[in-house]
Design a binder for this molecule. Structure first.
Ligand code: GTP
Ligand code: MG
Length: 193
C-alpha cells in the first residue's frame, strides 16, 4: 500500500450509483466533524485530496476513491449532526446501512471516534450493529494530539469500556502529527489481503 495513485471516483447518493465491486474496499465512518476526511488525507499522504470541513456535516454521499488499483476507499457522510433535518438523517442512515450490510466487497469499516469525547450512543450502536452483522470493523480514536499523557490513557480506557473493546482491537491516531499512521496502514493491509 504505497498510495502513489489516489483518484476520486464518484460520490454515491443512491445505491444504484455504486461502482461495480471490482476491488475490495474499506469504508470510513464516524460522527460529523470527528476527523474522517482528515484521517484519510493523512493516511494517503495528501494535504487535501478529501475535503476537510470547517462546518460539520459537509461530507455528503459515499465518496469513492480508487487507491493504486488495489482497493476502493469510501469516505462516508458523518452521523449525529443535529442541524441536518431528521428526514435527511433517516435517508442517509438507510443508504449507509443498506450499503454496509450488502456490499460484498467491503472488507472493513473504520469507525472513527474523537478521543476527547465520552462514549457516544451512536458510535456504540454502530460498533454493536457491525459486530451483530459480522462486518469487520476497526475503531480508531483520533485527535490524540489534542490531549496528552495520562489524560489520553484515561480517555482511551473510558472509550474501551464504553464500547466493549480491548486495547488490541483499536488504534490511536492523529491527523495532525501522523501518529498511528503506520499502524493504521498495517491493519488495513491485513483486512484487504
Ligand atoms: N488537532 C487535530 N485536528 C483534527 C484532527 N482530525 C481532524 N481535525 C480537525 O477537525 C475538523 C473536522 O475534520 P474533518 O476531517 O473535516 O472531519 P469529518 O469527520 O470528515 O467531518 P464531516 O465530513 O463534516 O462529517 C477540521 O477542522 C480538522 O482540521 C486531528 O487528528 N488533530
Ligand atoms: Mg468529511
Amino acid at each position: 500500500m504505497n498510495f502513489s495513485t489516489v483518484e476520486f471516483l464518484l460520490s454515491v447518493h443512491r445505491l444504484q450509483q455504486l461502482p461495480p465491486p471490482e476491488l475490495p474496499e474499506v469504508a470510513f465512518a464516524g460522527r460529523s466533524n470527528v476527523g474522517k476526511s482528515s484521517l484519510i488525507n493523512t493516511m494517503i499522504g495528501r494535504k487535501s485530496l478529501v475535503k476537510v470541513s470547517s462546518r460539520p456535516g459537509k461530507t455528503q454521499g459515499l465518496n469513492y476513491f480508487r487507491v493504486d488499483d488495489q482497493f476502493f476507499l469510501v469516505d462516508l457522510p458523518g452521523y449525529g449532526f443535529a442541524k441536518v433535518p431528521k428526514a435527511m438523517q433517516n435517508a442517509w442512515q438507510g443508504l449507509i446501512s443498506t450499503y454496509l450490510e450488502n456490499r460484498l466487497s467491503l472488507r472493513c469499516v473504520v469507525v472513527i471516534i474523537d478521543i476527547r469525547h465520552e462514549p457516544k450512543a451512536q458510535d456504540n450502536q454502530l460498533i454493536g450493529w457491525l459486530r451483530e452483522k459480522g462486518i469487520p470493523s476497526l475503531p480508531v480514536y483520533t485527535k490524540i494530539d489534542k490531549i496528552s499523557g495520562s489524560q489520553r490513557d484515561r480517555h482511551a480506557r473510558l472509550l474501551d469500556a464504553g464500547h466493549g473493546l480491548s486495547p488490541s482491537q483499536r488504534l490511536l491516531f492523529s491527523a495532525k502529527t501522523g501518529q498511528g499512521r503506520d499502524e493504521l496502514i498495517g491493519a488495513l493491509a491485513a483486512f484487504l489481503h
